[in-house]
Ligand binder design. Sequence first.
Ligand code: HEM
Length: 428
Amino acid sequence: MRAIFLAVLLLTAVPALSQPAPLQAVDPSVQSATPPTDRPEPVPQGQPAQAPGVPAGGADVQSAAPEVGAGRGDAAPNASGANTGQPASSDPQRPTGAAPTALPRPAAPQDPGLPPMPRAPMNARGDVSAEELELQRIREGGVVDGRVSIPNQSAGILIQPEGRDWRQFRTRVLTIGGLAALAIAVLALAIFFTLRGPTRIDAGRSGRKVLRFTLTERVTHWMVAVSFVLLALTGLNITYGAYVLRPLIGPEAFTTLTLWGQAVHQYLAFAFLLGILIMLVRWAGQNIPRRVDWEWIRAGGPLAKSHPPAGKFNAAQKALYWLSMLAGLALSVTGILLMAPYLLDNVTLQQWAHVAHGLLAMGMIAMILGHIYIGTIGMEGAFEGMRDGEVDYNWAREHHSAWLAEEVANARRTVAPDAVPGRTAGAD
Ligand code: HEM
């Protein structure tokens, strides 16, 4: 129904762009009186095909979905204070067919360079036609809307000007900026790997193991990891698939894949959010910055030649933890707002949710690429901790010596609670 309604609204607006006469400032008292029954006047012979200042083909009207559509307009409370996501231009509403109400509207600023505007075309009743008023609002950069008889009054918005900025972001900033961020991350990791190679266990493997992650921690981590990777791939397909995949696999296969991808993207968002919440509760305490982290950073962090002491997580891991928790939560919230747009009922806020979601996603993918590198090919012995739960004793001594010392002390206390401090109890 909404699509049909929009199509009808669009069809009634487009002919206005081919109206020949340039516009004049319209009496503000007439501007919002736009009875839906008004029809465009016939085009007089010999008039120019297009009003000055309006791009050929009516580009302003032929805009992307969020700009033209059943959007939710700019926030402006109506007379009753309800439905505050409504555009000022659609308030107050009056019943269909009732006498037009005159709402004041500021007169359009005239460009001093333009020739004086002749009077706008009138309809059969002698009023300025609705199409002319809409065209004038387009030229002023205002909202173009109609009237609807359903509770969702914002469904009457036909053109929402902020949509142009949003479209610019979607087609330029996000696409090109995101690609640049991902390319820089991959390039930096490739250069780092070429120059440094994988970080080996200097002392070699000891053959002894230390418990690093419990089963619950590992299940939580892999739930977040698997869902994030699938969310990233299906999300990247939404942004780049039409340019990259469609030419490779053809439109039909691409459509099927994208439909499945969209479902995966929406359902896995909840597994990702759940995992992030569990991680937040479980690991927050171990990721509070401590003095040993500053020493680790001062010693050169990941670039240090020696192995500076670190707790269970070093400063870089703590930074990754907090960034991924914050970005993960923000991604989930903005994603849910996009999935359930009625929660906002305001197209401008939806556009902001989309901007935040896109930017956070690109940033987080670039960051997690670095994490995946360190957790797999970048560091010998790290992956098995997350796979089996145990790491080699020498790996722990080199990368997390402060944590290992605490673990050994705890084990000694457990094995021989009354043992003399400093005496070997066999736990290590
Ligand atoms: C295929 C993807 C992934 C792989 C291979 C991977 C691998 C690993 C490994 C091996 C560790 C243990 C590091 C250690 O023992 O010090 C780890 C820890 C961790 N992972 Fe992942 N991970 C992946 C995805 C993710 C994702 C998507 C997130 C978050 C959104 C994440 C967040 C963490 C955090 C917070 C830790 C603990 C701190 C740290 O080691 O940085 N991981 N991961």
